[in-house]
Write a protein of this length. Structure first.
Length: 460
């Protein structure tokens, strides 16, 4: 008979201590960090859900592969192994290694961007948007309407609105479109998956108008899980085969291997066009390193080669998605306003609904990340108007479409008891909701302000 409990499909061989702090200590730490959890030291954090990027625990196979690392500057055998795995997965002819995903973004979007160019996505993530806007191009989000409705139960809320996509292409003119970017899963809209049907429709439109289609594939394995279990046509298809099918629809891909590559550092850019590849290689050499290491050590490349195979293992993906869902469903039953259905890599809280007394101009998401840390030592991240908000010409805030807080679950790091503790902290937050203040920004950078901004509580 099937059991309800999904166990971790691994054993723990090495452990790392957690520094247990008091609320008084955390109050002092957060004040010194200017109420921005990014500025906290890791030993001041008990449960770190800031990001799932580069925070995975590597397997014994990956650690063993590291010992095979070939650190040759050119022609590294480790690169050949990494390249072979990526070519097999993506089907693209040209692969460039980078030290992480945003380096690949900078290279390809720097080449395709520039003043007068437009990029269209289901939702641009923060670094993607910054790399695009830095070139002078504009980045337009075109999610389906359900994608910005936290309570919608649409099974593929990460989808791109294809009707709007075609309208934007025609309005801006195809020759002015830098690229269409499909992010799987859609991080900014709650870690929601993209259907194969949607990817096929995006591909058809791009080919019709001769527009470049790029897949941001850092969570491609997790997205493949949702396709298999929610899209009838793929019920009998393996996870890796689903991923390969999606890659075949695109002209290129960027990946931060720090997610579904199951490593702490690394990424790649893969394309089918030789001319684009040659130009990107020149940019790679100028900024990242030679084409057979791209800012990575040989041992990193060995770990990526193994990780990109392990991530498609059925037992791992079942555990990964179900363990994230466990946290989300428990919070949902407590009437915590979560983005629903639960995504693959994170649970997202609707901070605007959780703190309805805090106006959007006082960043309810920042209030929640501060309270999670103060009460329980849990570090999370605001993905609302601090991260995505803009200002109009008068300096007034143009808020994000949703005020979310992301609890990103590192892969193979935390156990059931850690997650149970997170749930208990939310129980404590429920009891004191009305006393929580909003926050104002006292210092910010012109781009990616959420990483370094300073805040202070709003007192009456």
């Amino acid at each position: 008979m099937p059991f309800k409990t999904i166990i971790e499909p691994f054993k723990i061989k090495s452990v790392e201590p957690i520094a247990i702090s008091t609320e008084a200590e955390r109050t002092a730490y957060l004040e010194k960090a200017n109420y921005n959890p990014f500025r906290l030291q890791s030993d001041q954090v008990m449960i770190d859900l800031l990001t799932d990027s580069g925070t995975s625990a590597m397997s014994s196979r990956q650690w063993a592969a590291i010992m095979e690392g070939d650190e040759a500057y050119a022609g590294s055998n480790s690169w050949k192994r990494m390249e072979s795995v990526i070519k097999d997965l993506t089907g693209f002819t040209f692969v460039l290694p980078t030290h992480q995903g945003r380096a690949a973004e900078r290279i390809i979007y720097g080449l395709l961007g520039g003043k007068g160019k437009t990029f269209i996505s289901n939702t641009h993530f923060d670094t993607t948007r910054a790399n695009i806007e830095f070139t002078g191009a504009e980045a337009i989000d075109a999610p389906i309407k359900e994608g910005v409705e936290p309570t919608s139960t649409h099974p593929f809320k990460g989808n791109l609105d294809v009707d709007r996509l075609e309208k934007i292409i025609l309005e801006k003119k195809p020759e002015n479109i830098g690229a269409v970017i499909l992010t799987v899963t859609n991080n900014s809209s709650g870690g929601q998956p993209v259907s194969m049907e949607n990817a096929e429709a995006v591909s058809r439109i791009c080919r019709k108008h001769q527009v470049i289609f790029i897949l941001d594939c850092c969570r491609i394995a997790e997205n493949s899980y949702f396709i298999k279990h929610r899209e009838k046509a793929y019920r009998n298809t393996g996870y890796k085969e689903i991923a390969k099918k999606m890659f075949s629809l695109a002209d290129g891909a960027v990946m931060s291997a720090k997610k579904d590559g199951l490593v702490n550092m690394g990424g790649f850019l893969a394309v089918s066009d030789k001319k684009i590849a040659e130009t990107c290689k020149n940019l790679l050499i100028i900024t990242e390193g030679y084409t057979t290491y791209g800012g990575l050590s040989g041992r990193d490349m060995e770990a990526i080669a193994v990780g990109l195979e392990e991530v498609f293992e059925a037992d791992y993906l079942e555990y990964r998605i179900k363990s994230t869902s466990f946290l989300g469903e428990r919070l949902h039953r407590m009437n915590i306003p979560v983005v629903y259905p639960i995504g693959g890599h994170a649970v997202y809280i609707d901070a605007r609904a959780f703190y309805p007394h805090i106006p959007v101009e006082q960043y309810p998401g920042q209030s929640l990340v501060c309270e999670l840390y103060l009460k329980g030592g849990i570090r999370s991240v605001e993905t609302g108007s601090v991260m995505f908000g803009k200002y109009d010409h008068s300096g007034k805030l143009i808020p994000a479409s949703m005020e979310l807080v992301r609890l990103a679950i590192p892969r193979r790091v935390y156990t059931q008891s850690h997650i149970e503790y997170v749930i208990e902290v939310f129980e404590a937050l429920l009891a004191e909701k009305q006393q929580v203040p909003g926050y104002r920004i006292t210092k910010e950078a012109p781009l990616l302000r959420h990483f370094t901004a300073h805040f202070e509580p709003v007192t009456q």
